[in-house]
Structure formats: structure tokens, C-alpha cells
Design a binder for this molecule. Structure first.
Ligand code: SF4
Ligand code: SF4
Length: 713
């Protein structure tokens, strides 16, 4: 895995009276154990990958409490796990990245929310919205709204996060509805402390098992005719019960302020950012005291009408800070105020941007516009707005003083086994012409950036083959669908392969077999050669495809560019109908480097021989046309001034970060570029044979160069 939490998870053993210190994501795990969960699971994805990694590293601690851990094959299977809480008093939590994971889980979530739960059921969502997000920009809120699941959005400090996890289970049980808790990336990595409590064993768990199923109850099934009753229960019983519990248990917070004719209603997760914006113009202090009153919504759905009206009563205007689109909360607040005949003006989208992350500057600008529009008594709104705009204007000036920064688009790691496949596709296209590329989610989507610029559509994780279904019959050349092994097991096997075989499709599928869910931190997948507890289930992609009836199948080592070009040309040109699959085999280089580095360090300590390959360019031969750079895109392959004073073009060079994958040499060979590349082997702890060969080589080179043959040992 990308990062081990073995040391940090010891904090999960802390008990009453001790202080927990660490990251938000670790605090969530501790809160789950303090809440007496019986099961946990999920599917990795930023910003909650580490939650699953922490759970895996804490497996022995969870075993002591009888907690079952499942690393699910996708978000739908994680959501379906929550079905254990429909009939039994089992508390359970699952996690994934949203919005994409919630889309995948949607069917199971609807079928969970309809009958409702008796044990607390919680989904911890990594809300990947805003700057730095890696998925489509949509909100999870819509799912809460449509399925009647409650959405918690805790203020990003550890005590609030922990309280919301613990109270969230109580809310779920009090209202018989599942609960979602969203965490933005900053909340996941916020560090802090909280007073720990003892971990609790679940009422029912692996240590205290159920004797058998409950008395048959049709109402626990999401099936007609009870679905009609369940819809009524959601609206007439669960929603009022949830609102009552939220109000009584004071989930939402009020921050009092002396400027009482205006106020701010803020999503809990944005509280710190709003307080910082207020602090920048002198309306709050660093400890969170604010002159403008705040209503902090740690529960963003459902809203509690009484809390909204009580906060807005007597105010001339309120600012609703709701990140993203549509403005569900702002619209709902408008409705509640009209129903209560309160005249407070509601501002939100307008002063604040309609879309995009509410960064510090966006909030500052929005706040300034709000204050100027609302003109609160006792404040000089124009001066404050001027101050805010002055602060914002500072940034471009600082940037200009620094000068332009080089762009840093995301790219494959140095030596990535997936890069050569795209070099091969480029070479194949040179001969056969361009074709449609159905891209997918995973590291291989970096090929959509320069220098490859390969990919015409992305429809979701494991969806590439399915998304080529209607392109194939309408295109002269066969389209190529590209899928990682993570995507293959997540969805691609059924949605893509089974559907293609069933419909007698005729496209080309490349499965990148790098051995892990690499983009999310090298988590194990069913076909990994190892697993979290050692033995593997022995699931094999090639065997699986053959057993399903794929006839045209080649497994090619990714770094063998010539062989890959040959396989691609064959797949594109064969008269054989049906799905053509190329398994592009090469271990994730990042995972490999971590493994090999540790193994080499041990060998060196034992005084054993260790070798490392490095590639280089002979700058006397390099012509400086840079085709190798354009075809491989390796960040370790760059340019330097030519040592030849008669040549002005810079020559190619390999820098220190080279991992010796050999792609540049392979590309030079496959594309018949030049003989400039050489491979060198760095030997540490050389044996007698290495020393002998070294002396011999130096002698021969010296002799060929006309020297006297005397060489240093
Ligand atoms: S993490 Fe692995 S698969 Fe992903 S880009 Fe890096 S080397 Fe390639
Ligand atoms: S410079 Fe060549 S051998 Fe080194 S990592 Fe890049 S492609 Fe691989």
C-alpha cells in the first residue's frame, strides 16, 4: 500500500481519559471503534483511501473487538454490506469516494433506505469536490435528498468529527434511516486532538453471534407492496424523528456575535474557511469567536425548520454558504422563511460563486459583497469590502513578483509500465491510422495528457469497453478500450466484457495488469499476487476471460514495445470476429520500487551483491530530434546543451531519477530511431567475477583507445 499506518493505529487502543492526537481520517476510525461497530468495509478513492488503509492496518485491533472488515470489490458491494443493519441491531460503516462511488452504490442505497435500518448504518463519503478534485463535479446531497438518508457535514476539527460519527449512529437508530457523513480532503488530513473513550464491542459481533434470523417480516424487504408503506414511513415518521433528534442532541451549533441584524448559515465542513475569511477582515479571531452570528450546519440534510427560523428571526439578511451546485440548502431556507413569514433576505449564490470550491479568496469576496448588500448596523461595510478586495488584489501582485511557474500536469510515474503501451499505440497508429480510444479511470488516464493525448471519452470506472459498444459498428477501424485491472474487477468484467461477448462485439480491449488498484495507493485487488493477509484467492484475469469465452487473447509484457505494437496491429487487422483482448502485463513501478528498495537494503546489509540498471544517451550520437522524448514521455528523459559546439540543438539526456525500466531504449528500437541509448548496470558489493570483468573491459577499451593498458583497480 501507498502508506502504512501501522504505527499510528496504536492510537486506536487509547481509552477513557487519554488524549488522541493525529489526522482526521484516523480519528474517524477511532470514533467507529468507540461507537461499537460490528462491521466496516469500503472501496478506496481519494480523499478516503487512507480510511480503508487505516482499517486494514488496524485489523488485529478490530479482531479483538469482533469487528468484521471487508475490502469490497466496488462501492455497490460496500453499500450492500449495510443490509446487515436492516434486520439486526448491528452498527456498521462503509466508505468510498463521492460522487462517483455513490453513483455506483446508488441501487443498493435506495434498497437500503426504503426498508430502513434497526442498527446504525453509516456511509463515510470522501467528498471530492473543488480544487484538486479528480472526478466530475457533482454533489452527494442529491442522494441524501432523493433517498431520505441524512447527510452530516461536520465542522473540520477532530472533536466535531468524532462527535458526529458517534451521534450519527444514534441518529440512524433513532430515525431508522441510514446516515451519510461527508469529509472533504482538508477534513481528512486536518490534525488535532480529542479526549478518547474506551472502544466498545458491538451488541452483536464476531465475538457474540446471532443465534439465527429474526421472525420473517415482509416489511424489511424493498419489494412491493411494502415499498408504498416505506415511502410514507420515510416522510411521516423517519424525517420528523430525525429532526427531533438533531434538535434535541444539538447537532448544529450557534456561534453568537454582536452584529445581530445579519447572520451566516454555513455547511459544517466550511466553517473554518468562513471563520478565516471573517478573521482576515477583523470580524473574527483565530479561536473561532465571530462578530457576525453563525449557524453551523453539522447536519445539512435534513434541515430543522425551527432552527432556521429561530436563527433568522429579527435579522435583515443572512448569507448561506453552500458550496457547489444546485443550491439545495439556500432554496430550502428561502422556502422555510416564507412559510414562517419571516422577512430576512437570503443571499448565497450571487455574492458567492455559483460553482466551484469556496476557497479563502472566494469566501472573502462573497463576504464583502454580502456586507455591502446587507449594510449591517454598526459596521462600515464599504471599508470592510475595500479591505477584503485589497487582500485579494495582493495575491496576483505576489504571483507577478514571483514570475511564471512552470506548469506541472499530472503524468505517469517514472518507469510506469503503462507508458510503453501508449508509446506502442502511437507507433501502431502511425502505420494504421488513428482510431477511437475509449479511456477509463485509473493511472492509464494520464495518457490523455501530452505527449500521448490518447483518449476520446471517459464514462466511468471500468466502463471503457461498454462505452465503445456503439462506436464499434460505426467506425471503420476497431476502437480500442483501455481498462486497468482495478477497473476490470470493479465493473469492467460484467459491464464491459460480459456485455460485449453477449452482443458479439468486435472491438479491442487492453487490460493494464499492474497488480494493484494503483491510482488510489496500490491496494490489493482479486488478481494481486499477494493479499492483505498473505495467501491470494488465486483469481487470474487471463483464465477468467478464457472461461468466459474470449478466444483472441494475448498477454504481452508492457516494456516490450515491439511485441506490443505487433499484438496491437494483429488485433486491429485480424479477420477474426469477436472481442480481442491484450493483457498488458507489468507491475506498478511505484509499488515495485518500494518493494525492491526494501529488499535491496536488506541485501546490502548482509553484504550481498545488488545491481541496478540505468539508461543513458551517448551525446556524440544523439542528433537532437527528440523523437524518443515525444514517444516515451518519461520525465527522466530530458534535454541538455549539445557538447558539440557546431550543433545548436540540445541533445537528449537521462537524469538521476531513471529507474532503468528500459522503455526509452525499447522505443528507440521499435521506432527505429537511433543507436544513442545504452544500458549500464550499477553493481554494489561486486563479486570476484564483476571485478575480473571490470579489469578486462578497461584493458580492452584502453587497448582499443591506444593506451598502455595500465588501469586503476
Ligand atoms: S502508480 Fe504505478 S501504475 Fe500508476 S502511474 Fe505510477 S507506476 Fe504507473
Ligand atoms: S530514462 Fe528510459 S530507462 Fe530511465 S526510467 Fe525513463 S524510460 Fe525508463
Amino acid at each position: 500500500m501507498e502508506r502504512s499506518f501501522k504505527k499510528e493505529v496504536q492510537a486506536l487502543k487509547l481509552g477513557d481519559g487519554e488524549t488522541f492526537r493525529g489526522e482526521g481520517i484516523l480519528a474517524v476510525t477511532k470514533a467507529l471503534l468507540q461507537s461499537g461497530v460490528s462491521y466496516v468495509g469500503g472501496y478506496q478513492g481519494a480523499p478516503v483511501s487512507h480510511l480503508l488503509d487505516v482499517l486494514v492496518d488496524a485489523e488485529d485491533i478490530m479482531a479483538e473487538l469482533g469487528v468484521h472488515l471487508e475490502t469490497c470489490s466496488n462501492e455497490a458491494s460496500a453499500a450492500a454490506m449495510l443490509g446487515a443493519s436492516i434486520n439486526y441491531p448491528l452498527r456498521g460503516a462503509v466508505t468510498w469516494k463521492s460522487i462517483v462511488g455513490t453513483n455506483v452504490a446508488a441501487d443498493a442505497l435506495s434498497n437500503l433506505a426504503s426498508p430502513g435500518v434497526v442498527g446504525g448504518a453509516m456511509v463515510i463519503l470522501g467528498e471530492d469536490y473543488g480544487e484538486g478534485a479528480s472526478v466530475i463535479q457533482e454533489r452527494s446531497y442529491a442522494y441524501a435528498l432523493k433517498s431520505s438518508m441524512w447527510l452530516l457535514d461536520p465542522r473540520p476539527d477532530l472533536p466535531s468529527i468524532v462527535r458526529m460519527v458517534e451521534k450519527g449512529f444514534e441518529l440512524s437508530e433513532a430515525s431508522h434511516a441510514p446516515v451519510m457523513l461527508e469529509l472533504r480532503i482538508r477534513a481528512c488530513h486536518a490534525t488535532g486532538e480529542f479526549a478518547a473513550k474506551d472502544n466498545r464491542k458491538g451488541v452483536v459481533s464476531g465475538l457474540n453471534k446471532l443465534a439465527g434470523p429474526p421472525r420473517f417480516e415482509y416489511g424489511r424487504l424493498a419489494h412491493p407492496p411494502v415499498i408504498f408503506t416505506q415511502e410514507k414511513l420515510k416522510v411521516e415518521e423517519r424525517l420528523p424523528a430525525a429532526r427531533k433528534f438533531i434538535r434535541e442532541q444539538k447537532f448544529n451549533e450557534i456561534v453568537d456575535g454582536d452584529v445581530s441584524d445579519v447572520g451566516i448559515i454555513v455547511m459544517g465542513g466550511l466553517t473554518n474557511s468562513v471563520l478565516r475569511a471573517l478573521e482576515r477582515v477583523g470580524l473574527a479571531d483565530v479561536f473561532g469567536a465571530s462578530r457576525i452570528p453563525l449557524l453551523v450546519l453539522n447536519v445539512v440534510y435534513p434541515l430543522v425548520p425551527e432552527e432556521i427560523t429561530a436563527f433568522c428571526a429579527g435579522k435583515r439578511a443572512v448569507l448561506v454558504v453552500e458550496e457547489g451546485n444546485p443550491a439545495y440548502i439556500e432554496d430550502a431556507i428561502n422556502v422555510e422563511l416564507r412559510r414562517a413569514d419571516l422577512q430576512a433576505k437570503v443571499l448565497g449564490k450571487g455574492p458567492l460563486p455559483r460553482v466551484g470550491e469556496y476557497s479563502s479568496d472566494a469566501l472573502l469576496e462573497g463576504l464583502a459583497a454580502f456586507l455591502q448588500a446587507a449594510k449591517p448596523a454598526g459596521l462600515d461595510a464599504d471599508t470592510l469590502a475595500e479591505k477584503a478586495r485589497g487582500l485579494i488584489a495582493h495575491k496576483p501582485k505576489a504571483a507577478a513578483a514571483l514570475g511564471p511557474l512552470p506548469p506541472r500536469p499530472p503524468a505517469f510515474c517514472t518507469g510506469c509500465p503503462e507508458r510503453p503501451v501508449f508509446s506502442a499505440i502511437k507507433l501502431m497508429q502511425r502505420e494504421l491510422g488513428p482510431t477511437h480510444i475509449s479511456a477509463d479511470i485509473g493511472c492509464h488516464s494520464f495518457a490523455t495528457f501530452a505527449p500521448f493525448s490518447l483518449g476520446n471519452s471517459i464514462l466511468g470506472y471500468g466502463m471503457s469497453l461498454a462505452s465503445a459498444a456503439a462506436v464499434t459498428p460505426n467506425m471503420e477501424r476497431r476502437p480500442i478500450a483501455i481498462m486497468g485491472d482495478g477497473g476490470f474487477w470493479h465493473n469492467g468484467l460484467i459491464t464491459g466484457v460480459a456485455s460485449n461477448l453477449f452482443n458479439k462485439g468486435d472491438g479491442v480491449l487492453i487490460v493494464m495488469q499492474n497488480g494493484y488498484a494503483s491510482a488510489t495507493g496500490q491496494q490489493y485487488i482479486p488478481s494481486s499476487t499477494t493479499s492483505r493477509d498473505g495467501p491470494t484467492p488465486g483469481v487470474d484475469i487471463e483464465q477468467t476471460l478464457r472461461s468466459m469465452g474470449v478466444k483472441w487473447l494475448r498477454t504481452v509484457r508492457t516494456y516490450g514495445v515491439s511485441k506490443m505494437v505487433k499484438a496491437l496491429k494483429e488485433a486491429m487487422q485480424t479477420a477474426e470476429k469477436g472481442l480481442k483482448v491484450i493483457i498488458a502485463d507489468g507491475e506498478c513501478q511505484l509499488a515495485r520500487q518500494r518493494r525492491v528498495r526494501a529488499e535491496d537494503a536488506e541485501k546490502l546489509e548482509r553484504g550481498e551483491r545488488v545491481t541496478r540498471a540505468r539508461y543513458g544517451v551517448d551525446d556524440e550520437i544523439c542528433t537532437g530530434d527528440h523523437s524518443c522524448i515525444r514517444l516515451s514521455g518519461c520525465p527522466s528523459l530530458t534535454v541538455k546543451p549539445s557538447p558539440d559546439p557546431l550543433r545548436t540543438d540540445p541533445v537528449a539526456t537521462v537524469v538521476e531519477s531513471c529507474v532503468g525500466c528500459g522503455l526509452c531504449g525499447e522505443v528507440a528500437h521499435a521506432a527505429v530511431l537511433c543507436p544513442s541509448f545504452y544500458r549500464a548496470e550499477i553493481v554494489r558489493n561486486p563479486n570476484w567475477r564483476d571485478r575480473f570483468m571490470h579489469r578486462l573491459r578497461l584493458k580492452v577499451i584502453g587497448w582499443l583507445g591506444g593506451y598502455d593498458g595500465k588501469v586503476a583497480a
